[in-house]
Structure formats: C-alpha cells, structure tokens
Design a protein around this ligand. Sequence first.
Ligand code: ADP
Ligand code: MG
Length: 327
Amino acid sequence: MSLGEFDIIARYFARKSARSDVLLGIGDDAAVVDSHAGRKLVVAVDTIVEGVHFLANIDPVDIGYRALAVNLSDVAAMGAEPAWMTLSLSLPRANEQWLDGFARGLFELANEYNVALVGGDTVRGPLVITVQIAGWVEADAWLARSGAKPGDLIFVSGIPGEAAAGLAVIQRRILGGESAAFLTHRFLRPRPRIELGRQLRTVATAAMDVSDGLLTDLKKLCAASGCGAQLNVDLLPESAAMRELFEVDDCLQYALSGGDDYELLFTLPPDQALAVLSKLQLQQRVTQIGVITAPTSDDARVQCLRNGRPFRIERGGYDHFAAGKQG
Ligand code: ADP
Ligand code: MG
C-alpha cells in the first residue's frame, strides 16, 4: 500500500504538543503561535542533504534526531529557549519504515526540549530535510558572535574532534569496541548545548556553535568581533576514546578542523571568567583554549600555538563551495 502525502503527515508528524502557546498547529494553511510581550523571537533554519550531511546507510532514527539537533545547536548558541519548528521534507519515496524511524528520532529530541512541530511541507524529490526553528530570549539578552574584546578568554564546551573521529570510524569501518561506539555516537547524536547557552546569555561577550570546525568557526567569531585570537593547541581537551584509535596528529586535526561537533565556542571577560565558570551548572566540560587578541591582517586572524611555537594544520574546516570539495 502506498502512502499519500496526507497520510504521511497525519501518521507521522501531526502530533499533539504540550505547549499551550501553539494556538493553531498542523492542518491549516499556516500555524499560529502566541507571542509574549518583552521577549525576542530567535529564528534559525538548517538543511541536511543525503550524501552531503549524512550517508545513505545511516539509521533514519539518527537522521531525524540530527535534523533537529543541528537547529537546536544554533538556538543554544543564541542563548535562546527553543519552542516551535516547521519541517520541510523532500523524499524520493514514501517508505514507511524510514518515516517511522525518522519521526521517532525527531520527536525523541523535540520532546526532550519541549519543541512543537507546528507545520511543514512534504514533497517528492531527493532526500533533503529542512527544519526551521523558533525560540525566544528574554528582553535583549541574546548571544551573538560579535562582542568579543581583546583579552577575553576563549572557551569551548565538550571535546572538539570527537564527532569528526566518529565519522572516520564509520567511514573506515574501524572496529574498536567501546571507543569506536562512543565516537560514532558523538557523531550521530550531537547534544545541543541549550542549558549552557541559557546560562551564558547574560555573561558571555560572544558565542557561536562549532559546526564547521573549531578553527574555521573561531575565525568567524573573530571576524564578527573585529578581533584576532591565539589558540593554544596544548590546552585542547583530550579524548581518551580518540587517543585509543587515532594518532596524536590525527586527533589534533580532528579537534581543530573536523566538523559536526555542535559544541559552544564562547568568550568571557578575563576578570569575570573564574567567577562565571564556578557558577555554571555544567553537564559537560568547558575548557579555556585561548585568548582574544587585537585585530590582525585577515588571513592570520587565528594564530595557533603548540609548545609555545606557531603551529599550522593542513586542512581547514568544511566549506560547501570551497574549491576541490564536494557540495
Ligand atoms: P498547503 O498546500 O496549504 O501548503 P500542505 O498540504 O502542504 O498545505 O500541508 C497541510 C498541512 O500539513 C499544513 O498545516 C502543513 O503545515 C502541514 N505539513 C505538511 N508537511 C508537513 C511535515 N512534513 N511536517 C509537519 N507538518 C507538515
Ligand atoms: Mg495552504
């Protein structure tokens, strides 16, 4: 039996939400949500494409989870609380098993963060998934990339590079027991750092999420803030799982230029950093990795130091349209 467009929506996506601010959800021409005086809306969208962002053989449960996770990560980087999303699905065929898995992964994370699916679009085409998300911040307390000042300390949450190492485990079919499973999970199931972003929203001078690689993304933060940065490679948090399966230089490469971490990169004023950190209720580690410096010439915005000496890595971060890359 083949499923029609309306069957797909009704069976897999039209779910009741516990949110009282969804006034009109799936089923009409558009959704209506309640607004709140004094709050600011935060809106983000991310698209994931089969063959570019995920491999064809990835479990649909992981794809559904990931489609929302990458959006929640953007919301986290703004210091916002997520609330509603829409879903645009382009599917080659109406495969019930795939849809069932996808919806399970999507709603697993949506329920965890109380995000309501309020609408979307369903079309036939190559497998492309777009989630648009909206949330809110109180008053003017949102985080941006642009507020870092020379002297500010640079922090990153979690362990950058584990996701890229996880992708390498999958692609090279590395069988490494627990470590391989752990890294694969870090790639397939990025944890949006919503709680951390909420705690940072009034104290961090700048923040962003790391999706394209730590160095590339730090450069973006510096560009937005009109600053440079010094990144001390020796301070990067070590991953026991990564070290078990990869050489030191590969670990460094993954940490600095591997994508898909979805950790938060943020800056704190040096005189407040200690007090702020001691008050954070952290569910994951946060590590100081460098310091913001005065503006420099554009291509040297971020200087890496290893053992006190300048250090260069070969590969940069991910850019869909950069020469020689598939996109
Ligand atoms: P229209 O033709 O008026 O744009 P559609 O037939 O595309 O409406 O969609 C019908 C309803 O189902 C709308 O409320 C739409 O937001 C919702 N919808 C369609 N596809 C999805 C989806 N993949 N996820 C959630 N809601 C969806
Ligand atoms: Mg309509």
